[in-house]
Design a protein around this ligand. Structure first.
Ligand code: FES
Length: 180
């Protein structure tokens, strides 16, 4: 997968161009319309978001307008049009975590980390997403998952801030797992 923190100018469009030429060859405009979502999913899978040059390439390849592409990208919440942070964090807001204080934790996190509307910290270190579904480790509630595999439980304001700072400082996430 490409470096998720790369800027628009650094995007390597060749892998996307190859996929489009191989798998996205509509016979008519109607078919091109139907392929837009799939092409955007390929771009997001490659880059972690859909950069403007990738959207333009998809538009040119399918013969649709860039406005049509961005209309769909902004309609569907699963697509990102801004680069994600370096580390992906899911903060659980499921039932058990709610009972154990996730609501308050989310508010404190927003204040302490100055999250933007897209959930990114200003330094680009984290992308935070609050999830209402259970992360499957209710015994650790309230809990956060970082970088898809690492769970941090029994969180409070101080512990969450300490974990995030340690990751910013370059401490391997593995070494922080299970910290109480
Ligand atoms: S509700 Fe948060 S891990 Fe189950």
């Amino acid at each position: 997968m490409a470096d998720l923190t790369q800027s628009q100018a650094e995007i390597d469009l060749e892998p996307l161009r190859d996929i489009l030429q191989r798998d996205f060859n509509p016979d008519d405009y109607q078919e091109a319309e139907e392929l837009i979502l799939g092409a955007c999913q390929e771009a997001q899978s490659l880059y972690g978001w859909v950069p403007q040059p990738a959207a333009q390439l998809i538009a040119d390849h399918l013969g649709v307008t860039i406005n049509r592409i961005f209309g769909l990208l902004t309609f569907y919440a699963d697509f990102r049009t801004d680069p994600p942070g370096e580390h992906a964090m899911l903060l659980c807001h499921g039932a058990a975590c709610f009972v154990m204080g996730s609501e308050r934790l989310i508010g404190e996190l927003n204040v302490d980390q100055q999250l933007g509307p897209d959930g990114r910290t200003p330094d680009g270190a984290f992308s935070v997403q609050v999830v209402n579904g259970c992360l499957g480790v209710c015994n650790l509630a309230p809990v956060a998952q970082i970088d898809h595999h690492h769970y941090f439980g029994h969180l409070n304001r101080e512990r969450l801030a300490a974990v995030m700072q340690a990751i910013r400082d370059g401490q391997p996430v593995e070494d922080l797992d299970g910290v109480e």
